[in-house]
Design a protein around this ligand. Structure first.
Ligand code: HEC
Length: 100
């Protein structure tokens, strides 16, 4: 019984640590500048809405990451094309949601 409880817990800790080391915030900010900076900026509207406005709009919503990913990548939406990989796009979206 105890082992059954501890194993998933250990997996969670490992996941949390892995996420923390593989995608530090500064790397995601650089990624955002590189891949999305042509149209998105921190505070000012460029072609697209500023990160902080988007963060405020989606923060706290259960499906925020999935919705934002769809908005950014859905070929039927009106988001312009960009060259970031799905993993990089998700990393930037996670970073946007940490902004205040
Ligand atoms: C060529 C310009 C361009 C690039 C590059 C670009 N975007 Fe956008 N983005 C836009 C425009 C224009 C909109 C607003 C239109 C819309 O709602 O689809 C937008 C909207 C969004 C939205 C919805 C925001 C909201 O508040 O509703 C998200 C999320 C988003 N972009 C993420 C990204 C990410 C992540 C990247 C980089 C991987 C990126 N975008 C790169 C132009 C761009």
């Amino acid at each position: 019984m105890k082992a059954a409880l501890i194993a998933p817990l250990a997996a969670c800790v490992a996941l949390a640590l892995g996420a923390a080391t593989s995608s530090p915030a500064y790397a995601n900010e650089a990624l955002a500048k590189d891949k999305c900076g042509k149209c998105h900026e921190m505070e000012k509207k460029k072609k697209g809405p500023p990160y902080k406005e988007t963060a405020a709009k989606f923060r706290g919503k259960a499906d925020a990451e999935a919705t934002m990913f769809k908005l950014a990548t859905d070929p039927k939406g009106d988001h312009p094309e960009f060259t970031a990989s799905p993993d990089d796009t998700k990393a930037v979206i996670k970073w946007i949601l940490t902004l205040k």
